[in-house]
Design a protein around this ligand. Sequence first.
Ligand SMILES: [Zn+2]
Length: 585
Amino acid sequence: MKLNHHHEVKKRPKVVIVGLDAATWTLIRPWIAEGGMPNLAQLMRAGVCGPLQSVLPPITPPAWSSFMTGKNPGKHGVFHFVETERDGYAMNYANGGSRRSPTVWKLLNDAGFSVGTMNIPFTYPPEALDGFQISGLDTPTANSAFVHPPVLKRELVDHFGKINHDVRFLGFMSTDQRRAQVLAEMEKTDRQWAAIALYLLEHHPQDVMMFVFMSIDTVQHYFWQYMDRSHFLHDPKAESRFGNAVRKVYERLDAVTGQIIEKLPSDATVLVVSDHGGGPVVDRTVFLNRYLHQLGLLHYCEGGTDRRQRRFGLRRIGTGILRGGFSLLRKSLSSRQKNLLAEAFPTLRKKAELAYTSFRNIDWDRTKAYCSEVLASPPSIWINLRGVKPQGIVEPTEQRALTDFIIEKLNELKDPRTGKPIIARVYRRDEIFHGPFSDEGADLILDWWSEDSLFSTQPSFTKDKRKPPVMIRDHRPSEDSEWGGTHRLHGILIGRGPALKIAVEIENAKLVDIAPTLLYLLGVPVPEDMDGKVLTNALRSDFLAVHKLQAGDASGISETRRSSGYTEEESTKVEERLRALGYLD
Ligand SMILES: [Zn+2]
C-alpha cells in the first residue's frame, strides 16, 4: 500500500482522466456554440478533441471494460450487465469479476506507476492496485468492500459520510414531484463524487488518476424527451420544468471538470472521455420472439402444464428459469444494479416477471432461435445449438444457413409508414467479437444504435403471437419512468497535455485506443494483444520523433473462470432491501 502519509513526498499526477458516462457531441457542440460548457470548451482550445467510437454494442459494461483493457469484449469476457450461460438458457448478473483480461491500471502498476480510480463501472470487486480503486456501479452496497485499500474507505466515510452509488426513485417517476426528487438526488450524488475526487487529488495524488461521473447517462435516459420537441414522448407542458434537466447535468459536470483541472500541475495530461454517446429513443418497437415464432423458428408450449412439457422436463426447467431469475435477483442484485435495472425496466418486477414468463413458455425442443427478452436491450439472437444448449436442436452444420435466413428476414422488417427497413444491419458474432471468450456473445447482434437503425424491443407473449412484429408506439407525454433517450455509438474524447497537439480535431479515435495511448504517453510498451492503437494523430510530431512506439508482450488472460464475487452476506442485505422496496414477495 502506498497511500501518501505525512512523511512522504506527494506525487504529482501525470495523467488525469475524467469519465463522463454517455457524454455526446450532439449536445455539447451546440451548447458550446451558445457559450455554455466553458471548461470543456477551454480544454478543446488547448488540446485535441473528436468523436470516440465505443464497442459494439455500445453499452456501459463492455464499453468501460474495453476502455480499461484496450481489447474487444471477446478478449475480456464482459458483454452486458448479465451473462447468459453458454450451456443453458438462464442469465447471471456480471460485474468487474467477470473481466478476464488485465487492466491498463495493472500494467501501469507493473511498470512502476501508481494509479487511483474512482467510480469506474465494472470495477467491483476493486483491484488491489498500488494506489487506490473505488468501485463503480456494480458495487453491491455501501457496506461492501468496494474501496482498496480498506483504510481509504474509512477515511472517506469519515469525511463524506456514507458513499452513495444510488439514485433513489428512478424507477418510480410517476409525478413531477418524483422527477424533481430524482434530479435532486442525482445532483447530490454528483456533488459527493466531485468532493471525493477533489479530496483524493489533494490528499492521495497518484501518477495516473481517473474519476467517473454517471449522471449524464441517467439524465439522458429519462429526460431526453423533455428537451426534444420532436420527440414522440415530448410534453410541452413539462418543458418549462424539465426541458433543461439534461443540460443542467452537463453544465454541472463541466464545472466539476474545471475544478479538477485547477488542482493539477500545468504539465499534467488531461483526458475527458465517454464510453458511448446518447440520442433519443424512437417510436418503433420490434417483438423479436414473436417474429421468430411467425417465421417458424420459435415455438411456444401450448397450455401451461401439458403432458409434453412434463414428459420433457420442460416445466421443471421453465420453473427453474423463473425461480433462477429471481434467485439471481436475491443472490446478486445490488442496490445499484437494482437501479440499473430500474432504468431498463421502470417497473422492474412486473416486467421481469412478464419476460421470464414469456421465456418460460418457449418450447425449447422445437425452437431454433430466440432472443433473451428479459432485458430491454441490447436486442440479440441466440441459436439453440445442439451440443451447446441443453435442449439444442440446431445442428452445427445447419447454423450458417439458419443465421443467413434470420438476417434476411430481419432485413424485411419495415417501418409501415415509410416502407424502409428498420434494422439497418445485423452482425454475426465473429464480425464483432474475437478472442478466447467470443463464443460467450450472442450469435446475432442487431444494430439499434445507428441513426438509420433505431428501434426498441419488448417481450413477446404467447397470446399475442399473431400480432404484427413491429409496433409504432403512441405519441404522448411520458407518464411514468420511461426511457426517452438511449445510447449512440460515438462518445467524446478531449485531451490536453505536453505531448498532445493544440486546437486540433481528430477523427477515427476508438475507446480501445485510450489504454495503449496511456501506456505510450508514460513510456510503457503496448501489449501486442491490445486491439486499440496509440492515437498518433493526437500527438505532436516532436514527441513522436523522440518517443519510439514499443510493442510489448501480450497481456493475455488474467482469469479463466468468471465469477461475480458477491458474498452470501451481501446477497442477504440485498434481499432485505429489495423486500423493503417491494421487489420481492
Ligand atoms: Zn455508459
